[in-house]
Design a protein around this ligand. Structure first.
Ligand SMILES: [Zn+2]
Length: 349
């Protein structure tokens, strides 16, 4: 039975691992030792070199994700194959992990539409995660590590680059020469969006509350970066009639300004609601503006392959900081304080 290979059954986090145990914030994630086993048929055991954390891990640590502990955190990982129960991989192969759980067998997965799989989820949320020494995962989740990336970079990019890639290319259909506004520019997914939009030949603008982060946004490719307060005025001053695409993940606090910052017929694409799950929008602005309001989450395996090709073509993640696995609480605390610009990485071995 092929269904016996369902990814979630193949996923195991072993050895030393960062485990969400209590919904009390970063202090509720603790390093524990887990027993090691051989991979089940179709699965591969990867010695993780680097993993990285996302806001998702923080939401879970705060008890906001309705996930019952214990759960090993983190979606992103890169490492070296130790043992494989699938002919596609051999010990010593250097790999990165497609950070999605799905069954790989349903009609949608077979069509390459993993995001529509009824078993679709995030590694480290709907299964155990990559913040561990030895990670077992379905062989179909593994891809060759791009040679141009260091281990910490390879462990940094998967979830944010996959998410931002799908948002900008598949959903917002961004074309070279168009303008993009990336709202809340210091978050991992937003930093990925700046890099990707620039890589695709767009003109990129950004917003941040922090002057230091606005400077960083310009350093990595934004043409200009504006303060978060009433940013639509500054965007219109810089572009004339607004941007073609707004990249959103903040939600309630920014959606109104985002809708003022887009051109008539423009697209707003969002993957998050970090400022609250309910937002109010001016309906006439939406329909008189001929706007597309687009939702997106994570991405398909084909989009992950496209990210890997773009990395071969020069696309790079931004690593904010690196913590040893033992200091996972400090790493989560940095994210909790919104101090980061780019990805907070866990160095595992
Ligand atoms: Zn499926």
């Amino acid at each position: 039975m092929m269904s016996a290979r369902a990814t979630e059954r193949a996923v195991l986090s072993q050895g030393r691992a960062a485990v969400y145990e209590e919904p009390i914030g970063p202090a509720g994630v603790r390093v524990r030792e887990r027993p090691t086993t051989e991979p089940v048929p179709g699965a591969v055991a990867v010695e993780i070199r680097a993993a990285s954390i996302n806001h998702l891990d923080l939401f879970m640590a705060h008890g906001a994700q309705r996930i019952d502990p214990p759960r090993v955190i983190a979606a992103d990982g890169a490492g070296v194959v130790r043992a494989s129960a699938d002919p596609a991989w051999r010990p010593g192969d250097e790999v990165v992990i497609y950070p999605v759980v799905c069954d790989w067998e349903c009609e949608w997965c077979r069509k390459g539409q993993n995001v529509r799989c009824p078993r679709f989820g995030v590694v480290g949320e709907h299964s155990d995660g990559t913040a561990c020494e030895l990670f077992h995962i379905d062989a179909r989740n593994l891809f060759r590590k791009p040679k141009s990336l260091s281990w910490k970079e390879a462990g940094a990019f998967p979830l944010t680059f996959l998410t931002a890639w799908r948002m900008l290319t598949t959903r917002a259909r961004l074309r070279a020469g168009e303008t993009v506004l990336v709202v809340g520019a210091s978050a991992g997914v937003a930093v990925a969006a700046i890099r990707i939009a620039k890589h695709l030949g767009a003109r990129v603008f950004a917003t941040s509350r922090s002057e230091a982060k606005r400077t960083r946004a310009v350093d990595i490719g934004a043409e200009a970066a504006f303060d978060s307060t009433d940013f639509s005025k500054a965007v219109r001053a810089a572009t004339g009639d607004g941007v073609d695409v707004v990249f959103e993940h903040v939600g309630a606090a920014t959606i109104s300004e985002s809708m003022r910052a887009v051109v008539q017929g423009g697209r707003i694409v969002t993957c998050g609601s970090t400022s609250g799950v309910k937002a109010e929008i001016m309906m006439p602005r939406l329909f008189w503006g001929q706007m597309d309001l687009l939702g997106s989450t994570m991405g398909n395996v084909g989009e992950f392959k496209a990210v890997l090709e773009a990395i071969d073509g020069g696309l790079r993640p931004v690593v904010d900081s690196v913590y040893p696995l033992a200091d996972v609480e400090a790493a989560l605390t940095r994210l909790d304080a919104a101090e980061q610009f780019g990805k907070v990485v866990l160095s595992v071995s």
